[in-house]
Design a protein around this ligand. Structure first.
Ligand code: GLA
Length: 406
């Protein structure tokens, strides 16, 4: 009996970790972490990464679910005589393996960045022609995540290029999450389901709520431009393959209301949650937003359905997201610069069909408790009667987020 138990335990210790790490399961729910790009661009170094890793743990972000520390563009040095990419040793004097070991010692994971073309967007060596070699190098360093960009790719077929890196990562033998970043140009949602774990749907975000920033050769999206475009692609998201409307700008200069709305909508859209501010010096408001576990639970819900914008009324956008246990996440988004009062007649919100999950709201037949996900308390319940049973104040450029609980 004892021997049987021993072999069973041995089997479990061997089989369980390898199952948990399988490439196919690296993003069963949208990935969560932090990245250098939005705050630091190319001005990065080892001290920043190590400091961020420390604060990921001490601030509670790790406990809230954030796992990856991602080094974006401009970590690169030159290729060696055999073509293997090296780090910029002025920025990373101890090398990448040292950083990976440090990050892993904190129970976190390390991400890196490359590009399918000749050069990255920041002018560093791209992976073109070195795909297998780069994947192997990342695996040797102990990397857990690759963001793969799309600059300088003239005459390259996106589908082939991303498949090549996907194959190279798998062949390198280490589970490395593949975050595809070709900005939606070739509609990756149509073909990348088995290729990578997420695909960018939009151009780069910038730290603004509702406007475009136009440069001569490219345009950046504000939060609302990302939301509106990403919403049209909800049918393509699902377990293991996510629409990515870009990294978070929370804490980088928008108002607290705008940051709250931005974070809420990323959670409603089951988006990857990649923090983009300097968490070593964040305010209590920023920390409160990034660590809102009730909203993170909505983002990470195991039904894996991206929420949807189903109507506009009384000056706000109405959003729903069906959840695994039969609950609904319900959000009122006020994009305008004026606060508004919204009258809720739950009965009139009944019968809304979600074509992706096949679920239909049933407020005319069932009563739900209404939990406010920013106040962290139950604020009322739905009503089957055809009457206004709740009036909510939605501040300017802000949201009301409820979990409707059976
Ligand atoms: C592109 C990407 C960004 C960032 C930069 C780095 O613009 O879309 O997210 O990675 O490159 O140069």
């Amino acid at each position: 009996m004892k021997t049987k138990l021993f072999y069973l335990l041995l089997l479990l210790t061997i089989v369980l970790p390898s199952c948990a790490q399988k490439w196919e399961h690296l993003a069963d729910t949208p990935q969560m972490g932090w990245s250098t790009w939005n705050k630091f661009q190319g001005n990065i170094n080892e001290d920043i990464i190590m400091g961020i890793a420390d604060v990921m743990v001490s601030s509670g972000l790790k406990d809230a679910g954030y796992t990856y520390i991602n080094i974006d563009d401009c970590w690169h040095g030159k290729r060696d005589a055999n073509g293997f990419i090296q780090v910029d040793s002025a920025k990373f004097p101890h090398g990448m393996k040292y950083l990976a070991d440090y990050v892993h010692s904190k129970g976190l994971k390390l991400g890196i960045y490359s590009d399918a073309g000749t050069e990255t967007c920041g002018g560093m060596p791209g992976s073109l022609g070195h795909e297998y070699q780069d994947a192997l190098q990342y695996a040797r360093w102990g990397i857990d995540y690759l963001k793969y960009d799309w600059c300088n790719t003239t005459n390259i077929d996106p589908r082939g290029a991303y498949q090549l890196m996907s194959d190279a990562l798998r062949a390198a033998g280490r589970p490395i999450l593949l975050s595809m970043c070709e900005w939606g140009s070739s509609r990756p949602w149509k073909w990348a389901r088995e290729v990578g774990h997420s695909w960018r749907t939009t151009p780069d975000i910038w730290c603004d709520f509702d406007s475009l920033r136009v440069f001569p050769t490219y345009t950046q999206f504000g939060v609302m431009q990302c939301v509106n475009y990403n919403d049209t692609l909800r049918a393509y998201a699902g377990k293991g393959h996510w629409n990515d409307p870009d990294m978070l700008e929370v804490g980088n200069g928008m108002t607290v209301n705008e940051d709250r709305a931005h974070f809420t909508m990323w959670c409603m859209m089951a988006s990857p949650l990649i923090i983009g501010n300097d968490i070593r010096y964040m305010s209590a408001d920023t920390k409160g937003i990034l660590e809102n576990k009730e909203l993170i639970t909505i983002d990470q819900d195991s039904l894996c359905v991206q929420g949807y914008h189903f109507k506009d009324e009384q000056g706000v956008a109405f959003w729903l997201k069906p959840l695994a246990n039969g609950d609904w996440a319900f959000t009122l988004l006020n994009v305008s610069k004026r606060a508004t009062k919204v009258q809720l007649n739950w009965c009139r919100l009944s019968g809304v069909k979600d074509d992706v999950s096949g679920r239909t709201t049933d407020f005319a037949d069932n009563i739900y408790k209404v939990r406010d996900l920013w106040k962290h308390k139950i604020v009322g319940k739905t009503s089957k009667k055809d009457q206004v049973s709740m009036v909510v104040d939605v501040p300017a450029r802000d949201v009301i987020a409820f979990r409707l609980m059976k």
